[in-house]
Design a protein around this ligand. Structure first.
Ligand code: ADP
Ligand code: MG
Length: 255
């Protein structure tokens, strides 16, 4: 593999007594589209939340473009890194959640320009021009003036995707972004993700229950259980001809 854009090295994470990850290793290549599947409670969201720095690891190091993402642990002690440096490393990553978390009092375009203006320091006119392109890309050019309450769940989720992209990340994280949607709205969100994958140089990590989508879209599928990678490979192998009996049991239960 080329130099990984994301590396989990020996990462451990627990919540109280619950060990979610132990000695977890994972390398993700630049531009890779990685699907993460596994049962409820297996640590999928924790994996993404660690990368988004919404959680801190208890041990090990996560690197993004070769730089540690968190304050590092050495011999059980927290070693501080420069805040400015951490902010820079973290700015490479954006996340889209199951529940869209849009700002309800802002229009679609208002949601998309907020971060670029206030976090990236982009000029308003530039942020607006880019936001219009992004809303167009997710098929919402005509909804830019709508408030979230005036949009369907699928439309709100596409605004959330445009908003995440507007931060110009190298890595996009998607945590079950279609799970809260009515079935007829799932396709439009998956289409937006497909389009971004095709048109942008971007690494994507998707936690999903959409097995058909994972198989067709992802370069690699990993099945995790108990915070461990049980099986991984191309979707056609892991999802259609799983070798591990845990993967087989999981797929029998969900398909
Ligand atoms: P998944 O996304 O695969 O369903 P999670 O990563 O959300 O799994 O959770 C993994 C395990 O960690 C579960 O047992 C869950 O209950 C526990 N967990 C996750 N977040 C917290 C938290 N903030 N506090 C306590 N336990 C948590
Ligand atoms: Mg989850």
């Amino acid at each position: 593999m080329s130099e990984p854009i994301v590396r989990f090295e020996n990462v451990s994470k627990r919540f109280g007594e619950t060990v979610v990850m132990r000695d977890f290793d994972l390398d993700i290549a630049p531009n890779e589209k990685l699907a993460v599947i596994g049962p409820s409670g297996s640590g999928k969201s924790t994996l993404l939340r660690l990368l988004m720095t919404l959680e801190q690891p208890d041990g090990g190091v996560i690197y993004v473009k070769g730089e540690p993402l968190h304050h590092m642990w050495k011999n059980g002690r927290l070693v501080s890194a420069d805040q400015k440096h951490l902010r820079k490393v973290r700015s490479h990553i954006s996340m889209v959640f199951q529940h869209f978390h849009l700002f309800p009092h802002m229009t679609a375009i208002g949601n998309v320009i907020e971060g670029p203006i206030h976090v990236l320091g982009m000029k308003r006119a530039e942020a607006v021009a880019r936001a219009e392109e992004l809303l167009d890309m997710v098929g919402l050019a005509d909804k830019k003036g709508s408030h979230p309450s005036q949009l369907s769940g699928g439309q709100q989720q596409r605004v959330a995707i445009a908003r995440a992209l507007a931060m110009q990340p190298d890595v996009m994280l998607f945590d079950e972004v279609t799970s809260a949607l009515d079935p007829e709205l799932v396709g439009e969100v998956l289409n937006a993700i497909r389009k971004i994958g095709r048109e942008q140089d971007i690494t994507m990590i998707l936690v999903t229950h959409e097995m058909g989508f994972a198989k067709e879209f992802a370069d690699r599928v990993i099945f995790i259980e108990g915070g461990r990678i049980v099986e991984q490979g191309p979707g056609a192998q892991v999802l259609s001809e799983p070798r591990n009996e845990r993967t087989q049991a999981f797929l029998r239960a969900v398909l």
